[in-house]
Design a protein around this ligand. Sequence first.
Ligand code: ADP
Ligand code: MG
Length: 601
Amino acid sequence: MDMPAAQSRPSGSDALGSVGTIGAALPFLGLLIIGVAFPLFGGAYWSLIATRAYVYWVLVSGLNLVVGFAGQIAIGWVALLTLGAYTTSVLVAGTATPALPPYLALAIAAGAGAVFGLIIGLPALRLRTFYFAITTLGFATILTQVALAWQSVTGGGVGVAGPIFPEPFSSPTGFYYFCFGLAAVCTWMTANIAASRFGRALTAIRDAEVAAEACGIAKPALLGMVFLFSGAVAAIAGGLFASLQSYITPDAFTLDLSVLFFIAILIGGRGSILGPLLGTILLTVLPEFAAPLVAWSTFLYAALLLVIVLAMPGGIAEILDFKNRRPLESHRAIVPRPDLLPHLLGVPTDAGALALEQVTLSFGGVRAIDGLDLEIRPGQVHGLIGPNGSGKTTTLNVISGYYVQQRGTVRLNGMALPVLARNARAQMRIARTFQTPRIVGSASVLENVMIGGTIDGKGTFVESLLSLPRHRRDEAMLRATAMLALAAVGLERLAPARADRLQHSELRFIEIARALMLRPAYLLLDEPAAGLSPEEIKRLGVLLLAIARAGTGVLVVEHHPDLIFDICHHITVLNLGKKLAAGTPAEIRSHREVVNAYLGG
Ligand code: ADP
Ligand code: MG
């Protein structure tokens, strides 16, 4: 992103950022101190329980990115615990290879876990919701069966001894600190991801997949990285688990355990790190207090899950989210600052015209658009009007690459745009908003806007995991640019609020801010004035004109004649997928057919 954006950041964003981070880090710091001191006052038995919680958390921390952030129902993740446990134990025991040192075995298990995590995760790209859940369960069953059948290596039903890690980690206290250290590192790494463009992109895929694609987020690559990471840490947890159990048999890896991991995340709250961490501790400790109820554990988990889904869908994280309980100001006006747009959008580069030529797209028997010609020029506002069902949204979907036309061409500066993945148009700086706003309700307004700049980050997933300098620079840049975009649309004061607490009209402006993060050469807006007050529509008009003046080509689909006739340089009228008329606002106003058919006399 160009630097002018970063320099002209509105005051206040810095303070907001650092106070927010310190506040969010405090609970983790508290847990860290308790964890370090625990063996001193907790006693041997409870230290053992705590060690188990850490082992589980090493797995859950990675799974949390899959389930809590990306929203994939990976219910059979115990498969990777099984894989990691057996790989580590077998390599250390030397039943298949010469005996290896435990650390090397654990590292190999992590590698194997990463590969398997990817294999188990891949179906998520094709299968939705519970179909994917079933495939993960399938893998879990297969691995247990392999462990049972491959007697010469795994010991079959008799089992195999778990690894013992060398000094200083061989004693129970030593092993406690080993697991605690790994759990702490996993917490840190996943918190880094949560606070990165990757974490935000995952929540966008979960809650607003179409918007994520429009922002240029590539789901396969992103999910691939998450599955690799999640598989690796789950397998490491497996190695630790085997050591903790000292002896493993296939029946140690039950479905109950898998369900525990999954429910810990749901109890904790999707899109949170602290919540699932507390959820894991709770579910590990709970059976200790309810020993007589062990036989009922499956029933209890199910009941607990029902209570959560029905009574507190946001989980522990929502209960702890005090910040969002404070009421928002009730009389909030959206006051855009078009003067900030040149800072945000930079110096216009002439992208050339965006033209549709004879574009046709049918859905079954319905010709949604039929031989449509349309040209959008940089620096101008083009209005697209027409009755409901006339093909306006479909036109926008074709330009943004969401649909592929059956005939005709979309040209940018004379070049036909290739048919690529849906997220490819963002690279060409074609941004859009949606007829119904698509946002991540549980994320803050600022985070939602930052999602729009995802493709401008430079750091890799690993750099974000480890919070390396490039990741931190990306975050500072995205935060500053998003604050500027929010100020430009007039919503910077709402930056820290949860997006689902906002009014409908505010969501429309958030979508515009998110689209502006791409520094769009073309901005496509689908009924941006729907649900706005007359005053807000006026301000929207001024904002859109200013965006065009900054060099962007704007396409507005609208019903409000005042907005269209006030701001458009050129108008196209659609009817039944065909162009009914095209021209300047004055020409359209006096077009007899349009007046009769659409403007109602
Ligand atoms: P508008 O935005 O102008 O109201 P649309 O572009 O949404 O109209 O729809 C144009 C026509 O295409 C309508 O008849 C609509 O029912 C049909 N249509 C749009 N999308 C689909 C789809 N995904 N599947 C089937 N029909 C569709
Ligand atoms: Mg529409």
